[in-house]
Design a protein around this ligand. Structure first.
Ligand SMILES: Nc1nc2c([nH]c(=O)n2[C@H]2C[C@H](O)[C@@H](COP(=O)(O)OP(=O)(O)OP(=O)(O)O)O2)c(=O)[nH]1
Length: 153
């Protein structure tokens, strides 16, 4: 007998939290350079949370693993190629915005091919974790800063 019935699971991407918010799964990565700096990208005008600095990544599409999302997103957004085997699970964010609940695994990656550049016009910045508090970031990301600082410094 299945431990969890299909009806209990709901359709992928249609889950709701107890507060009635739709669950949105986003996969994100802290790309770490040789100096221990992390690549941050600024959300462009016209998007939600515009102007805030975020970890590269994006929404997990139906049928995708979070690792596959990052391989796709980093290629599309930054023009870099990564291998799934170079993605180390690090931590996650779980945060209720007004209209959805974000679940966001955060990976670490130290190896990639190519020089990251904002293919969609987004600004990029390499930031030491102890300087991240100075950057405006999405609310979901704020608890992740201390974890990166502790781990990387
Ligand atoms: N990539 C990324 N997204 C984040 C982070 N923190 C955070 O709250 N988010 C949110 C912003 C977006 O609502 C969502 C990512 O969506 P997305 O980047 O794939 O798509 P999008 O800009 O078109 O999103 P949207 O305008 O439809 O909200 O996750 C982060 O560190 N990295």
């Amino acid at each position: 007998m299945a431990l969890i019935e299909d009806d209990d699971m709901g359709c992928y991407g249609m889950q709701v939290t107890k507060h009635g918010l739709p669950a949105v799964w986003v996969s994100a990565v802290a790309m770490v350079d040789i100096d221990g700096r992390v690549l941050m990208a600024q959300r462009p005008e016209g998007k939600s949370l515009a102007g805030l600095w975020e970890f590269p990544g994006g929404k997990v599409e139906e049928g995708e693993t979070p690792e596959a999302t990052l391989v796709r997103e980093l290629h599309e957004e930054l023009g870099v190629d990564i291998s799934e085997s170079c993605l180390a699970p690090f931590t996650f964010a779980s945060h209720s915005y007004d209209d959805f609940h974000l679940f966001m695994p955060l990976y670490l990656c130290r190896v990639w091919k190519g020089e990251p550049h904002g293919k969609e016009g987004q600004k990029l910045k390499w930031v030491y974790p102890h300087k991240m508090v100075e950057l405006p970031m999405p609310a979901a990301d704020v608890p992740l800063i201390a974890m990166l600082r502790d781990f990387l410094s």
